[in-house]
Design a binder for this molecule. Structure first.
Ligand code: FMN
Length: 357
């Protein structure tokens, strides 16, 4: 039974994090919409060597500790990205740290990546993998060192050793040098060294077939920084890019209710920045590196447009908050219908067709 629509008015009156935790519990306990059928076959695709049952996935931060992996796939998601996961548990910033404008469909995230830590996440992923009737889907993990880590490289090693063998793909976030919090390590400048190190850890922990490594890019990178990252990604055979995380800038479309809060702006006001970046990267790389779109994908139409702009897959966070757990099924159905209408056999044939025009 789907109780979410009945509880939604009450949930929106709660503090954002309380509402989010309650929603995760409802999803986990099967009290939200579950489609009867699997996603239609023409939505299946192979991206960086992995089979995705649907191009729709849950973005990092929505299920930070892997509590709803099974439910996410039952909801019709082709993949879910757990995290950001840190080696040790960390609280994140002091609340209030998430700010929402429901009318304008925007969220500011200043949570500072609270995480239950790698051990707890490992237990959750293992429980899912040991489950008898587990639905198909791809598990990505998004990792970062602890905030106060004295040795971030050691943190990465611990994360990859513990979680690498359980993950289908691994992702790290890349920010402009000034906004990177871990001594510039996650910044674009230090990227070649970091990628060398991570690749080495992955081979050590996972053998000859390590999970693909992805980079999640900030929309605040300038053209020079972006070119540098694309070069590094090509040099280090990075499997894919997630485009984009939230922005620390405040575009004109930022709602007045949110303008005074600092943090990463997500949702509708991020849409233009993220779409422009997908188009730019798809053009510059001529579609040679798979892209996962994230940022302001609020409607099924947005999802299709982002695929046609160059994304192989899409991730949603804000749409889950504003439309609820039924949204993934709704997007799957829309995409399936739209492909038929446009006479496109499989979702992969729609990738980038508008940018290539
Ligand atoms: C409350 C909140 C927490 C988030 N936490 C993370 C996180 O821990 N790691 C991460 O890489 N992205 C995180 N994100 C960013 C999302 O993964 C996504 O990239 C961003 O929200 C843009 O997508 P959207 O416009 O669909 O929300 C978070 C976003 C929100 C709103």
């Amino acid at each position: 039974m789907d109780i979410y629509p009945y509880l939604r008015p009450y949930l929106t009156s709660l503090p954002p994090e309380t509402a989010h935790k309650a929603t995760l519990k409802m999803i986990k306990w099967g009290l939200t919409h579950r489609p009867k059928a699997k996603p239609p076959e023409h939505l299946q695709s192979h991206v960086f060597g992995l089979k995705f049952p649907s191009p729709i996935g849950i973005a990092a931060g929505y299920d930070p500790n892997g509590d709803i992996i099974n439910a996410a796939f039952q909801m019709g998601c082709g993949f879910t990205e757990i995290g950001t996961i840190t080696p040790k548990p960390q609280e994140g910033n002091l609340p209030p740290r998430i700010f929402i404008d429901h009318d304008e469909r925007c969220i500011i995230d200043a949570s500072g990546a609270p995480s239950a830590g790698a051990r707890a996440v490992k237990n959750n992923i293992t429980a899912f993998l040991n489950g008898k009737h587990r639905p198909g889907g791809i598990i990505g993990i998004n990792i970062a060192p602890n905030h106060r880590s004295q040795d971030p490289i050691k943190d990465y090693r611990a994360l990859i050793t513990m979680l690498g063998p359980l993950a289908d793909y691994i992702c790290i976030n890349i920010k402009p040098p000034k906004t990177s919090r871990i001594k510039g390590l996650q910044s674009s400048d230090a990227l070649p060294d970091l990628l060398n190190t991570l690749t080495k850890f992955l081979t050590q922990s996972c053998g000859h077939y390590p999970p693909p490594l992805l980079l999640k890019l900030s929309p605040d990178l300038n053209d020079q920084q972006l070119s540098h990252i694309l070069q590094c990604a090509a040099d280090h055979k990075i499997s894919g890019l997630i485009v984009t995380s939230g922005t620390s800038t405040r575009p004109q479309s930022t709602p007045q209710t949110l303008i005074r809060h600092s943090g990463n702006l997500c949702g509708a006001a991020l849409q233009t920045l993220s779409t422009q970046m997908i188009k730019k990267i798809y053009s510059q790389t001529q579609g040679s590196i798979p892209l996962i779109a994230s940022g302001g994908i609020l409607s099924p139409e947005d999802a299709y447009a982002r695929i046609r702009a160059g994304a192989s897959l899409i991730q949603i966070y804000s749409a889950m908050t504003f439309h609820g757990p039924k949204h993934t099924d709704y997007v799957n159905n829309y995409l399936a219908e739209q492909l038929k209408r446009d006479n496109i056999q499989n979702i992969t044939q729609a990738i980038g067709i508008d940018t290539r025009k």
